[in-house]
Design a protein around this ligand. Sequence first.
Ligand SMILES: CC(C)(COP(=O)(O)OP(=O)(O)OC[C@H]1O[C@@H](n2cnc3c(N)ncnc32)[C@H](O)[C@@H]1OP(=O)(O)O)[C@@H](O)C(=O)NCCC(=O)NCCS
Length: 200
Amino acid sequence: MVSIPWSPSYPVVTPHLDLRPHRHDDLDDLVRYHSDPEVVRYIPWPVRTRAQVAEALAARVRQGIVGEEGEWLVLAVELREQRRVIGEVLLKYDSATDARGELGYAFASDVHGQGYATEAAGAMLRLAFGEFGLHRVIARLDARNGDSARLLTRLGFRQEAHFVRDEYFKGEWTDTLVFAMLAEEWEATHIPGPLSQPKL
Ligand SMILES: CC(C)(COP(=O)(O)OP(=O)(O)OC[C@H]1O[C@@H](n2cnc3c(N)ncnc32)[C@H](O)[C@@H]1OP(=O)(O)O)[C@@H](O)C(=O)NCCC(=O)NCCS
């Protein structure tokens, strides 16, 4: 049974990060990665101008709570040591009947390769399978997005599908991968508790 609304007590704390709803004063930090062609290459955003980022941020400010199927929880990921937003992690309330969510994430290029996306996505999965009561979480990605596939594998997802040239994306036909994880798979590999540590 999915527990609604999704309104965890903020910030959601991990060893290096605070996850929390976006604020209007996050604009400068968001501009850095929403306007970066490398970051948006495989995600359905344009390379945004500052005005377009302000518009996207205005929507995100209201996405710290989810009450209805189809809505996304969108949390800013703040690097505690530097007090700046380095990315975002998202969870869609995809189906009430099937207790299913969909995970998403995007991080600034200058913090890639340091484990922060793994840490933030792990915290979102702990909420998904714990407090929110989901049975299954999926992730959909462009098949060329090797960094994202490695992240999902590191978190314990399984690849379930490879759709061939199924999406016309940014001017070309592209392949889509679907990865998934069940609650029991998460529980078998992670210690319950506030920091979502993998079992060794
Ligand atoms: C997808 C994305 C979030 C992955 O980011 P990432 O930097 O690879 O992930 P992490 O921050 O968890 O870092 C993991 C990498 O750092 C390394 N690393 C270094 N220190 C680490 C630590 N303490 N813990 C874990 N990993 C660490 C890992 O080995 C891994 O490297 P590898 O992929 O070469 O094996 C990032 O590429 C991104 O934001 N892309 C743009 C947006 C996007 O495409 N989103 C996905 C849409 S489906």
